[in-house]
Ligand binder design. Structure first.
Ligand code: S3P
Length: 449
């Protein structure tokens, strides 16, 4: 089983005002999809702004293992020479997706309707996450999966030799499951239909359309019905990946809670299926503005400006907003700890099957640092300590989860005493420049070895 290298303990010490420009890296979800779809068309796809975090680099390597040529220029431009829909080669090596649920689930989908067999694994976090949610629908296409008990990695997938198209209603709000089915549908003849009861991030649909697939989205009885015609000729694309709103969340939220801060975060993807956190923060009374809204590469984009907001109040986050901010609940809970009153987060049981059980991981670390948290199976409530009211001073466990690590580093910036992490290494999976970027704004984060 793969795992991270040695743990890197880190300490975040309360700091003065954060100020300046935060140029966060490219969107993780879009980066995975650009590489995978680039590998599934004939010709060269060119990608700029690709996130060069460990998760995406693992997907780049996987695409090479399936036969695509993936290279990087010195200026950070990536080139993918695709092999065409149905053209994957059988990998000779085990596909190690590291920490990346998106990587492994989307790649399983992409290969499941091709006549090849592949073996997948990942780090200690990924091998504990459920894969049945993806292998169940892939079985409908004719693929077979054999993994550890509970549908866990390591896992072998034998792709369908004669795939049939499917119609599948996704039982959990998951863009990864939806995307795995759509990518499998690419090499099935006829019409694959995916039905979502709750809208989740729609980058796969947008990008499939951009690559020339015949795909339609309709609203029927409050559900989203996505129809894809299989075995298209995909056309290589030039893709500019927008900056990641889930990464922007950290400098934005840190600025809201550190006295005197004023931070500008340019070029952030604000696809409505991703922007729920920013709406929530504004409802809490955050001084957060969108400037220069525009469209880039088929995605809405704006510059964000966040200023210290000492008067934020807790709110009840609407459960129907959960899918559009699912990765942001950890950092929201840090803001909630610095607000007054209670922040109530319901309809969030998916948080329990992320890189870690994020409700449990945040609740433990917040409590250790003097914050009151109540939890249930699919809800949690944080009682705010008011601006500057978090005691801090404790060590927290990050459970191989980048977003838990970055959330507690932000907590330390605004607490009364430093916050220490047992392991900050997972930050490199999605935001490899987090430490220097935050230091450039004025944060005090040190490796604590
Ligand atoms: C992602 C979908 C979400 C999200 C993950 C990225 C994607 O997961 O949490 O970080 O790129 O499709 P689920 O599909 O499990 O909700």
């Amino acid at each position: 089983m793969a795992s991270h290298g040695s743990p890197i303990p880190m300490i975040s010490t309360p700091c003065g005002a954060l100020a300046g420009v935060a140029e966060v890296p490219g969107d993780k979800s879009i980066s995975h999809r650009a590489l995978i779809l680039g590998a599934m068309c004939v010709g060269e796809t060119v990608v700029s702004g690709l996130l060069e975090g460990e998760d995406v680099l693992a997907t780049a390597q996987a695409m090479r293992d399936f036969g695509a040529e993936v290279t990087r220029d010195d200026d950070g431009t990536w080139h993918v020479q695709g092999v065409g829909v149905g053209g994957f080669a059988e990998p000779a090596a085990v596909i190690d997706c590291g920490n990346a649920g998106t990587g492994v689930r989307l790649i399983m989908g992409a290969m499941a309707t091709q006549p090849i067999t592949a073996c997948f694994t990942g780090d200690a976090s990924l091998v504990s996450r459920p894969m049945g949610r993806v292998t169940d629908p892939l079985a409908l296409f004719g693929a077979r999966a054999m993994g550890r008990s509970g549908g866990r990695l390591p896992m072998v997938i034998e792709g369908a030799r004669d795939p049939v198209p499917v119609s599948y209603e996704v039982p959990v709000p998951s863009a990864q499951v939806k995307s795995a089915v759509l990518l499998a549908g690419l090499n099935a003849p006829g019409q694959t239909v995916v039905i979502e009861c709750e809208a989740t991030r729609d980058h796969t649909e947008r990008m499939l359309e951009g690559f020339g697939a015949e795909i339609t989205v309709a609203e029927e009885d409050g559900k989203r019905v996505i129809t894809l015609i299989g075995q298209p000729e995909l056309c290589p694309q030039v893709i500019a990946v927008p900056r990641d709103p889930s990464s922007a969340a950290f400098p934005v939220c840190a600025a809201l809670i550190v006295p005197g801060s004023d931070v500008f975060v340019p070029g952030i993807g604000l696809n409505p299926t991703r922007a729920g956190l920013f709406e929530t923060l504004r409802e809490m009374g955050a001084d957060l503005t969108y400037e220069n809204p525009r469209e880039e590469g088929g995605e809405p984009v704006a510059d964000l400006r966040a200023r210290y907001s000492p008067d934020m109040r807790g709110i009840k986050v609407p459960p129907e907003r959960a899918a559009s901010m699912i990765d942001e609940y950890p950092i929201l809970s840090v803001v909630a700890a610095n607000a007054t009153g209670q922040t109530v987060m319901r309809g969030v049981k998916e948080l329990r099957v992320k890189e870690s059980d994020r409700i449990e991981a945040m609740a433990r670390g917040l409590r250790a640092n003097g914050v009151e948290v109540e939890t249930g199976e699919d809800w949690w409530i944080v009682t705010g300590c008011g601006a500057g009211g978090v005691a801090g001073g404790a060590e927290v466990e990050t459970f191989l989860d980048h977003r838990i690590a970055m959330s507690f580093l932000c907590l330390g910036m605004a607490a009364q005493a430093p916050v220490r992490l047992d392991d900050g290494a997972p930050v490199a999976t999605s935001f490899p420049i987090f430490e220097p970027l935050m230091a450039g704004l004025g944060a005090d984060i040190q490796k604590d070895v």
